[in-house]
Design a protein around this ligand. Sequence first.
Ligand code: ATP
Ligand code: MG
Length: 397
Amino acid sequence: MKTKSKILIVDDEPNIRRILQMAFEKSGFEASIAEDARVALGQLETFRPDVIVSDVTMPGLTGYELLREVKERTPETPFILMTAFGTIPQAVESIRNGAFEYVTKPFDLDHMKRVVNAALDQDAEPKRAVRKGKSAGAAMGGAPFLAESPAMKEVLELVTQVADSKATVMIGGESGVGKEVVAKALHTLSSRSKKPFVAVSCAALPETLLESELFGYEKGAFTGANGSKVGRFEAADSGTLFLDEIGEIPHTVQVKLLRVLQEREIERLGSNKPTRVDVRVVTATHRDLMAAVDAGNFRLDLLYRLQVVEILIPPLRERHEDIVPLSNMFLAKYAEENGRQPLVIGPDAQKAMFAYPWPGNVRELENTMERATVLAAAGQEELTPGLLPQMIRKAAA
Ligand SMILES: Nc1ncnc2c1ncn2[C@@H]1O[C@H](COP(=O)(O)OP(=O)(O)OP(=O)(O)O)[C@@H](O)[C@H]1O
Ligand SMILES: [Mg+2]
C-alpha cells in the first residue's frame, strides 16, 4: 500500500491552519501544522514533510526566509508559498529562489490541492541529470547558433545555464534577431532534447482557433468539432512549448494559460477532465509587454509568470562582431545550394555592412547574402558593394 504523503502547513493564522489540515487529511494526507517558521524548521527533522505550504507574513522569520532555510537543509522538498494579493513580484522572485509555486490568498481549496499534487508529482520524477560544461556549439546539431560578439556570448551562456531548468523563459528582441534560434537552443541543450519541441505562432491564429490549438478539444465541443483533437500542450508533453508572439494572445487565452502554468494541467475544450502535462514553456515577443500591461491588454500576473527568466537579444547593429562570421556562414550555405564557391567579403562591402543599421537583423543579413550569391557572376570570387542592395551600399557613403 502506498504510504501517505506528508504535508507541513505553516501559517500564523489558526483558521487557515485548521482548514488546510482538515482538507488535506480528508484527501488522504498526513498533515502537520506550524504557527511560525521556527516551529516549521524543527519539524523538518521530526516530521520529514514531502511538501511544505507556507504563509509569507508571520511573526519571526518570513515565508521567504523559511524557503531559504529549507532549500539549504532539504533542497528537494517542494515548497509552496501563500501570498497576499499584490505581492506577486516577490512571489515570482521566490520561484527563482526555488519555490515550486505560489498561491494567492484567498485561495480555492481545489486549486491548492492541485498545486500540492503537482509538486509531489514533480518530486516523483526521476531527478534529471544536470549537464554541465557541454559545448553549446557542438550540441546544437543541425541548427548552428553563432555567437562571436560579447553580447551574444553572454546570451549563449545564459541559455546554457537555464536550459535544463523548468523555469519559463521569455525571449525579447527585434524582428529577425534570432529569438526562435534561442528557443530551439534552450530545448536542444536541455534534458528534454529528445522530446518534442512544439512551436505555436500566437499571432497567426484567431482567438477561438488559438484556444483549440493550444488546449485541444473533444468531439462535440463546438459546432464542427466532429472528432477530438490533441492540443499543442499535450503534444509537447515532456518537451518544450514555444509560444511565439505571446503579446498577441487574447484575454481569454491569457487566463487559461495562467491556469496551466500554475496547475500543470490542461482541459480540452468540451471536457472537464483535466490532463496533467509536463511542459517547459518558452515565449518570444518583439513588443514591450510592460506597456501592454499598462494599456490593459496583458495580465501582469501572467507576464511575471512567463518571464521568470528573461533573455534579451540585442539588435545586429549593436554587435558588429557577429556580422562577418554570420555572413560567411550564410555565404557558405547558399554557395552550396547554388553549386558554386562561397563569395569572399571584400573591404568595401564590409564597410557598407558595418554602416548599415539592419532593421531586419539576422534574417535580413541572411537574405542579403543569398541575394548576393545568386546575383554574382559565375567566376566572381569577391562580394563587392555592387552585389548589395542600394540601401546598404548607400549606408557607407
Ligand atoms: N545567432 C545565430 N546563429 C545562426 N543563425 C542565426 C542566428 N540568429 C539568427 N539566425 C538566423 O536568422 C534567421 C532569423 O532568426 P529567427 O527566426 O530565430 O528570428 P526571430 O527573432 O524569431 O524573428 P521574428 O521576430 O521575425 O520572428 C533564421 O534563419 C536563423 O536561422
Ligand atoms: Mg520568430
